[in-house]
Design a protein around this ligand. Structure first.
Ligand SMILES: [Zn+2]
Length: 199
């Protein structure tokens, strides 16, 4: 009898793990998050189209948490999240590293980026008219001005960055030192590096 219980526990934990970690389309979890997938266009630092489609994929739990963060920004500020990048195939990471071999901005492919695990997001906020809030720099600005610790900026910009960072942290997304737009999801180590390419 007891071994049956063990088997049941084993399979239910496998099932739960799958639910927890599968890659999902963000649009299906929250269609109100604005999507601007720069790597699916030439409008990115590589000036090359890196993704075959402009869909954002994330681990299920990461997408669910981003939906909660978006709801918080809507309720509290009438803002919405705009996402530039989520899951990124390892092959794309290798290409980026060729162009920008600087660890502060691009993770070396042998280590892998948290984006390669489907456990990181690049985001900003838009107001009720869909206009991006001024965060002081553009996305993928590889200068000190984009560092969250850079404080020589107008008050409103510092406030915008604080609203984004504080809100994201409430839902398990941790900021990094070099990019105001990048957030790692808590426990990202438990998600493996993937090289799934979606058509
Ligand atoms: Zn990022």
């Amino acid at each position: 009898m007891i071994y049956k219980l063990y088997i049941l526990l084993f399979f239910s934990s496998v099932l739960l793990a799958q639910i927890d970690t599968s890659l999902v389309l963000l649009k299906n979890i929250d269609s109100t998050i604005v999507q601007d997938v720069r790597y699916a266009t030439e409008n990115n630092f590589t000036h090359t189209v890196l993704y075959k489609n402009n869909k954002v994929y994330l681990r299920k739990i990461v997408a669910d948490s981003l939906r909660k963060a978006n709801r918080y920004f809507k309720k509290k500020f009438n803002y919405r999240i705009k996402i530039f990048d989520g899951y990124r195939p390892l092959s794309v990471q290798k290409y980026m590293w060729k162009i920008m071999p600087d660890k502060r901005y691009v993770a070396p492919p042998n280590k892998g980026s948290r984006h390669n695990r489907g456990a990181a997001v690049d985001v900003t906020l838009v107001d009720s008219l869909g206009t991006q809030l001024n965060m002081g720099t553009e996305y993928d600005n590889f200068t000190q001005k984009a560092h969250p610790t850079f404080k020589n900026l107008p008050k409103q910009i510092l406030l915008n960055r604080k609203i984004l960072s504080d809100g994201m942290q409430k839902f398990g997304f941790h900021p990094i030192n070099s990019e105001w737009w990048h957030f790692d999801f808590q426990g990202w180590r438990r998600f493996s590096i993937l090289d799934v390419v979606f058509d």
